[in-house]
Design a protein around this ligand. Structure first.
Ligand code: ZN
Length: 90
Protein backbone atom coordinates (compact mmCIF):
# COMPACT_ATOMS: atom_id res chain seq x y z
CA UNK A 1 0.00 0.00 0.00
CA UNK A 2 1.19 3.52 -0.83
CA UNK A 3 0.09 7.10 -0.39
CA UNK A 4 -0.84 9.31 -3.36
CA UNK A 5 1.74 12.10 -3.41
CA UNK A 6 -0.85 14.53 -4.78
CA UNK A 7 -3.82 14.09 -2.40
CA UNK A 8 -2.57 11.79 0.36
CA UNK A 9 -5.10 9.01 -0.27
CA UNK A 10 -4.15 5.40 0.33
CA UNK A 11 -3.62 3.60 -2.97
CA UNK A 12 -2.24 0.34 -4.29
CA UNK A 13 -0.09 -0.12 -7.37
CA UNK A 14 -1.25 -2.85 -9.74
CA UNK A 15 0.47 -4.24 -12.82
CA UNK A 16 -1.58 -3.38 -15.92
CA UNK A 17 -1.58 -5.60 -19.01
CA UNK A 18 0.70 -3.12 -20.81
CA UNK A 19 3.36 -3.76 -18.19
CA UNK A 20 3.06 -0.46 -16.32
CA UNK A 21 2.08 -0.02 -12.72
CA UNK A 22 -1.21 1.82 -12.27
CA UNK A 23 -2.18 3.60 -9.02
CA UNK A 24 -5.59 2.23 -7.97
CA UNK A 25 -8.20 2.76 -5.31
CA UNK A 26 -8.08 0.22 -2.54
CA UNK A 27 -10.93 -2.28 -2.73
CA UNK A 28 -12.53 -4.18 -5.53
CA UNK A 29 -15.50 -2.76 -7.41
CA UNK A 30 -18.25 -4.74 -9.02
CA UNK A 31 -19.41 -3.22 -12.30
CA UNK A 32 -22.03 -4.22 -14.85
CA UNK A 33 -20.71 -4.45 -18.39
CA UNK A 34 -22.71 -5.08 -21.54
CA UNK A 35 -21.78 -8.21 -23.49
CA UNK A 36 -22.19 -8.84 -27.21
CA UNK A 37 -24.91 -11.39 -26.39
CA UNK A 38 -28.60 -10.53 -26.65
CA UNK A 39 -31.69 -12.36 -25.44
CA UNK A 40 -35.24 -12.21 -26.67
CA UNK A 41 -37.73 -10.75 -24.20
CA UNK A 42 -41.37 -9.60 -24.56
CA UNK A 43 -39.92 -6.09 -25.12
CA UNK A 44 -37.57 -7.22 -27.87
CA UNK A 45 -33.93 -8.24 -27.95
CA UNK A 46 -31.95 -6.80 -25.09
CA UNK A 47 -28.26 -7.02 -24.28
CA UNK A 48 -27.00 -9.40 -21.64
CA UNK A 49 -24.94 -7.83 -18.88
CA UNK A 50 -22.30 -9.47 -16.78
CA UNK A 51 -20.86 -8.52 -13.42
CA UNK A 52 -17.12 -7.96 -13.51
CA UNK A 53 -14.78 -7.21 -10.69
CA UNK A 54 -11.99 -4.72 -10.94
CA UNK A 55 -10.04 -1.83 -9.50
CA UNK A 56 -10.66 1.86 -10.17
CA UNK A 57 -7.56 3.74 -11.36
CA UNK A 58 -6.89 6.41 -8.73
CA UNK A 59 -6.38 9.13 -11.33
CA UNK A 60 -10.12 8.97 -12.10
CA UNK A 61 -10.97 9.99 -8.53
CA UNK A 62 -7.88 11.89 -7.38
CA UNK A 63 -8.87 15.55 -6.87
CA UNK A 64 -5.34 16.60 -7.87
CA UNK A 65 -5.03 14.57 -11.08
CA UNK A 66 -4.63 16.55 -14.27
CA UNK A 67 -6.65 15.96 -17.44
CA UNK A 68 -3.84 14.01 -19.09
CA UNK A 69 -3.72 11.58 -16.17
CA UNK A 70 -7.51 11.20 -16.25
CA UNK A 71 -7.46 10.46 -19.99
CA UNK A 72 -4.78 7.88 -19.41
CA UNK A 73 -6.77 6.27 -16.59
CA UNK A 74 -9.98 6.23 -18.64
CA UNK A 75 -8.19 4.16 -21.26
CA UNK A 76 -7.95 1.44 -18.65
CA UNK A 77 -11.41 1.72 -17.14
CA UNK A 78 -11.51 -0.79 -14.37
CA UNK A 79 -9.00 -3.58 -14.55
CA UNK A 80 -11.90 -6.00 -14.84
CA UNK A 81 -11.77 -9.64 -15.73
CA UNK A 82 -8.33 -10.66 -14.67
CA UNK A 83 -7.26 -10.40 -11.11
CA UNK A 84 -4.38 -7.96 -11.34
CA UNK A 85 -1.13 -8.76 -9.66
CA UNK A 86 -0.16 -6.59 -6.73
CA UNK A 87 2.67 -4.37 -7.91
CA UNK A 88 5.70 -3.09 -6.16
CA UNK A 89 5.13 0.02 -4.06
CA UNK A 90 6.73 3.27 -5.13
ZN1 ZN B 1 -4.56 11.31 -5.29
Amino acid sequence: MSICRHCGASIIWLAAPIGRLVPCEIGLLKVLTETAEKIQTPRGRVPVYEVRTGYLPHWLSCPQANEQQREWARAFGTAGGNSPRQGEGR
